[in-house]
Design a protein around this ligand. Structure first.
Ligand code: NAP
Length: 349
């Protein structure tokens, strides 16, 4: 077994880590860390548990520690981070001296030699780790996963990029409130309403997607060469981001080829049979009224992205459009970090 710790363990993503790691075949939770408001308390007393599933018995009595490496159990090998970004920027580096840090926070996502990875999309970026350790003189390292709306979009774009000449992507998101954290969006702002702005989200979607779908030449990433424009919106849904995606290719195409390419898409995590890997990363629905967040966010245990309303776009040449739903705190956050850690455990540790 690999012993793991969770930073930000009491938060929305921290709770997902705990739920997904309960009964994991390779990882065992040994340490839970949060702010000094929670440190010193039993996890069950420190946490307002919000998930539908009960808090696992195995974590209830763990005493929450301070978020610094000196307070972390020495037996821990991998630290999952769901810290607020501003705090993660320093703390994750402190942990990387000795631990593998699998982070959800955006603090280190686009930094040189720090891999931003979706295992089905760009596992080769893990080759940056050697340079990262040498540059910083660390025994551990940091690996990051993308923003929640980026992961769902990029998983659907990967089979398209690999098989067609992609010219442009426009995406309009309808993002769940859990994406902003437990105290993120006041109910008075979102009930009976939507908010047409999520700070930095559009910039993250645009830059991270092109980075993930780019190429790594052994020393740096060259971004993918297509135009991408995102418009991001918060809607009164608890979990599950919905995105309307508009694609333009260089050439004419058959919509059934697009459909087959997406639904047949499999990659390294499926070949390696990693525990959290969905059998099909992209699931296509033919019903006119799918996907919907309540019905489709848990597809593939929350690790698959569901695509529907796939159709030719008659208004523009060589164009098609679709709607996707992905679970933002599972595939878009905790599940993404865990899949990264499973790949690292298989390939590196
Ligand atoms: N929610 C999503 O869908 C999603 C998706 C992708 C990425 N992320 C990223 O994941 C991170 C966590 O998001 P979240 O939604 O889980 O936030 P959250 O619900 O607000 O939880 C924040 C966690 O960080 C801890 N914390 C806050 N300030 C701290 C400090 N100064 N020192 C140590 N710990 C501190 C909190 O502990 P206390 O309970 O003790 O205050 C809590 O455990 C963020 O970087 C976010 O951008 C979130």
């Amino acid at each position: 077994m690999v012993n793991v710790g969770i930073l930000g363990a009491t938060g929305m993503v921290g709770q997902r880590f705990i739920q997904l790691l309960d009964n994991h075949p390779d990882f065992e939770i040994k340490a839970l860390a949060a702010s000094s408001r929670s440190a010193g308390k039993k996890y069950e007393d420190a946490t307002t548990w919000y998930l539908d599933e009960e808090m696992p018995e195995s974590v209830r009595d763990i005493v929450v520690c301070e978020t610094n490496p000196d307070d972390m159990d020495n037996d821990v090998d991998i630290v999952f981070s769901s810290l607020p970004t501003e705090f993660a920027a320093k703390v994750e580096k402190d942990f990387a001296r000795d631990y593998v840090v699998a982070s959800n926070a955006s603090a280190h996502r686009m930094k040189k030699n720090i891999p931003l990875v979706i295992p089905e999309v760009n596992p080769q970026y893990l080759d940056m780790i050697d340079a990262q350790q040498k540059e910083n003189d660390w025994d551990g390292f940091i690996v990051t996963n993308p923003n929640c709306s980026t992961i769902a979009l990029t998983l659907t774009l990967k089979p398209i990029v690999d098989n067609f000449n992609l010219k442009s992507v426009r995406v309009s998101t309808m993002q769940a409130v859990s994406g902003a954290g437990y105290n993120g969006v006041p109910s008075m702002a979102i009930v009976d309403n939507l908010v047409p702005y999520i700070g930095s989200e559009e910039e993250k979607m645009e830059s991270e997607t092109l980075h993930l779908l780019g190429s790594f030449d052994g020393s740096k990433v060259v971004d993918a060469d297509f135009n991408l424009s995102a418009s991001c919106h918060r809607v009164p849904v608890i979990d599950g981001h919905t995105e309307a995606v508009f694609i333009e290719l260089d050439d004419d195409f058959d919509i059934d080829d697009i459909k087959n390419t997406m639904s047949n898409f499999k990659a390294l995590p499926q070949q390696l049979n990693l525990f959290s890997a969905p059998e099909n990363p992209v699931i296509i629905k033919d019903e006119d009224d799918r996907p919907q967040p309540r019905m489709d966010r848990n597809a593939g245990n929350g690790m698959a992205v569901t695509v529907g309303r796939l159709r030719k776009d008659q208004a523009f040449d060589n164009s098609f459009k679709y709607v996707l739903v992905g679970h933002n705190t599972i595939r878009g956050a905790a599940g993404a970090s865990i899949l990264n850690a499973e790949l690292i455990n298989d390939k590196i540790l």
